[in-house]
Write a protein that binds this ligand. Sequence first.
Ligand SMILES: Nc1nc2c(c(=O)[nH]1)N(C=O)[C@@H](CNc1ccc(C(=O)N[C@@H](CCC(=O)O)C(=O)O)cc1)CN2
Ligand SMILES: Nc1ncnc2c1ncn2[C@@H]1O[C@H](COP(=O)(O)OP(=O)(O)OP(=O)(O)O)[C@@H](O)[C@H]1O
Length: 217
Amino acid sequence: MKFTDTGTGFSSPPCFAHELELSGDGFSMVDLQTAIEVERWRKAKRAELIAARLNLSDDDRRSHAGRVVNQLEQAIEDKENLVIGVYWPIKGEVDLRHWMHGVVGRGGRIALPVVVEPRQPLKFHAWTPGSRMKLGAWNIPIPAQNKEVKPDIVIAPLVGFDSDCHRLGYGDGFYDRTLMSLPTRPKVIGVGHSSGALTTIFPQPHDIPMDSIVTGE
Ligand SMILES: Nc1nc2c(c(=O)[nH]1)N(C=O)[C@@H](CNc1ccc(C(=O)N[C@@H](CCC(=O)O)C(=O)O)cc1)CN2
Ligand SMILES: Nc1ncnc2c1ncn2[C@@H]1O[C@H](COP(=O)(O)OP(=O)(O)OP(=O)(O)O)[C@@H](O)[C@H]1O
């Protein structure tokens, strides 16, 4: 990362006080130049990783999803007594819809993320195989009925991830904001492809690490 001397004794001009972000143990100064460079790097990585997974054949995609489901079955005990927040797949994300049907069939509860407003936490709405769906933000299907629930476990779709369990998503910070906002922090399991493994995502103060990652390896 490059650091620019602004000649003020500050690493960024003092008027960038609005760049202060609340982190786990208080406030920390986010260097504007660093943040811009990280954002630029993440944008390029996202495009590369999404393109790579969209290149998979339908067969590879199906067998990969099958292995991911086996690992989720092992990772989540007591599924029938939990609310599990999953997602409706877009852009080559691992398709867990078959598993979602199975969990509900065994008496479990599934919820899907809903964008309420930009730069605000997501809400989770209850879903069953019989739910009528409508199109939400980015044309992602969401349950037509708004029955909000609080997930015990969140399965977060990954574009990329690093060895400290930091998540690279689509760049709007929805999952981080959501985890910060929930009264009880759910267990978060990232789901993705091994091709999404990165040495680091250059974590920023707002990036909340997940509990574990499943890639079907
Ligand atoms: N399946 C799924 N549902 C989800 C999420 C998700 O990550 N996956 N979300 C998790 O937050 C929320 C939706 N957030 C989204 C945010 C941005 C874009 C998107 O396509 N953005 C850019 C492209 C980003 C890029 O490729 O650089 C665009 O508008 O083109 C899509 C969903 C709620 N539902
Ligand atoms: N509390 C916050 N949580 C997350 N992001 C925040 C927060 N406050 C501000 N932001 C800004 O929102 C953007 C989030 O980018 P980031 O790369 O972390 O998103 P992401 O985790 O890839 O996206 P998503 O969760 O939507 O898939 C950054 O520009 C960040 O500075």
